[in-house]
Design a binder for this molecule. Structure first.
Ligand SMILES: C[S@@+](CC[C@H](N)C(=O)[O-])C[C@H]1O[C@@H](n2cnc3c(N)ncnc32)[C@H](O)[C@@H]1O
Length: 310
C-alpha cells in the first residue's frame, strides 16, 4: 500500500482522526486500566521500588504516555498514599483532547525529563507503521521480520524510535505494556497476514482509513527493547502481576455468615476475578511488559521471571 504509514497516521491523528476527535478506549474496547484499580496498585509497588532506587528524591514522576482517557494516571494519583503522595507528580501525555483529572497534569508532548516511572500502556501499538508485503527491501525487516513472498508485515522502526526517545528521557524506569510478538514468532511464520487490525465499538472491523475506527498492530517488543538498549527485561503481564500484587484474600474461597465477613468475601472474590482477567493466559496476561531500568537496576525492580512468550 502506498504510504500506508501516512494514511494510518492521518486516520488516527489527522484533523478528523480517530484519536484527535477524542475517542478513548473506554468507548470502544476494554483495556486493563478500565478493569479496576489492580494494575495501578501493581504500578505503585513498582514506583515505590524505583523511588527507593533513586534515593527517594524530593520530586518523583509518574508519566502515563498515550494516556487515552487518563484512567491509569488518575488511579495511580488516587491510590498513592503516605509520604510518596506529596512528592509524586502525575502526568498524562496524549495528543487527544485534554481531560480534567484531579491532581493529574495533562500535556500533549512527552516531558523533556522524567525522574521516576514512565509507562506506555497500549501506547506503542497505536503508533503507525508502514504496511508491506514481501519480498520487501528494508533493513528493519531484514533484521527483525524476514518476509517471504506474499507475506504481510508491519515495519516496526517507528515504534523503536518512539520507545528509544521515551526511554532516553527517563531516570528511574520505563515500562511498555502491550500486545506483541517476538522475532521467533515472526520468523516461524506465525503472522502470515501481519497483525494490522481495526476496531470500532468493541468489534473487529475491516480497516478503513477515514478516522472512524482504531487502527493498530502488535508491537515487536524485542526490537523496541534493543532500540532503547541498556538494562531491560521482557516478561509477561501474568508473571509481572503475580510478582507485584499481594495474593488474593486467603479466605476468598470460603464465605462466612456475618454480614461484614460476607462483604469482605465479596470484595475479595471480585478482586480475585479482576486480577484473573488481568492475568488470563489467552488474554491480557499474555501482554508483554518491557521494563528498562535507567540508573536503577532492573533486578531491583522485579524478581527473576521467565521470558515473555506471547
Ligand atoms: C490504544 S490507546 C491507549 C490508551 C490508554 N493507555 C489505555 O490503555 O487505556 C493509545 C493512545 O495513545 C495516544 N498516542 C499515540 N501517539 C501518541 C504520541 N506520540 N503522544 C501522545 N499520545 C499518543 C493516542 O492518542 C491514544 O489515546
Amino acid at each position: 500500500m502506498e504510504d500506508s504509514e501516512g494514511a494510518w497516521r492521518t486516520a488516527l491523528y489527522g484533523p478528523q482522526g480517530f484519536f484527535t476527535r477524542g475517542s478513548i478506549p473506554a468507548d470502544h474496547f476494554r483495556t486493563a486500566p478500565l478493569i479496576g484499580p489492580e494494575l495501578a496498585e501493581a504500578l505503585l509497588v513498582l514506583l515505590d521500588r524505583v523511588d527507593a532506587g533513586l534515593g527517594r528524591p524530593p520530586r518523583l514522576d509518574f508519566v502515563d504516555v498515550g494516556a487515552g482517557g487518563g484512567e491509569l494516571a488518575a488511579a495511580v494519583r488516587a491510590l498513592a498514599g503516605g509520604p510518596l503522595a506529596e512528592r509524586l507528580h502525575v502526568t498524562a501525555v496524549d495528543v487527544g483532547p485534554p481531560r480534567a483529572l484531579p491532581g493529574v497534569a495533562w500535556v500533549r508532548e512527552l516531558p523533556a525529563t522524567v525522574h521516576g516511572l514512565l509507562v506506555g500502556h497500549e501506547w506503542l501499538d497505536a503508533i503507525p507503521c508502514p504496511l508491506v508485503v514481501g519480498p520487501h527491501d528494508d533493513p528493519w525487516l531484514a533484521r527483525w521480520w524476514p518476509l517471504g513472498p506474499g507475506r504481510h508485515a508491519e515495519v516496526g522502526s517507528t515504534r523503536d524510535r518512539a520507545w528509544a526517545d521515551a526511554v532516553g528521557r527517563v531516570r528511574g524506569a520505563a515500562l511498555a505494556v502491550d500486545y506483541g510478538h517476538r522475532k521467533e514468532d515472526r520468523v516461524a511464520g506465525r503472522y502470515p497476514e501481519g497483525t494490522f487490525a481495526a476496531y470500532r465499538d468493541g468489534r473487529r472491523v475491516p480497516p478503513v482509513f477515514d478516522g472512524s475506527c482504531d487502527l493498530t498492530a502488535h508491537v515487536a517488543l524485542d526490537a523496541c527493547a534493543d532500540a532503547a538498549g541498556g538494562d531491560w527485561v521482557l516478561v509477561s503481564q501474568r508473571d509481572a502481576l503475580a510478582a507485584l500484587l499481594p495474593p488474593p484474600h486467603p479466605d476468598a474461597s470460603r464465605p462466612t455468615r456475618t454480614r461484614s465477613a460476607g462483604m469482605a468475601w465479596l470484595d475479595a472474590a471480585a478482586r480475585a476475578s479482576r486480577v484473573a482477567e488481568l492475568r488470563a493466559v489467552d488474554g491480557l496476561g499474555s501482554f508483554g511488559w518491557l521494563l528498562h531500568g535507567v540508573g536503577v537496576p532492573v533486578s531491583d525492580l522485579l524478581p527473576p521471571l521467565p521470558p515473555w512468550r506471547p
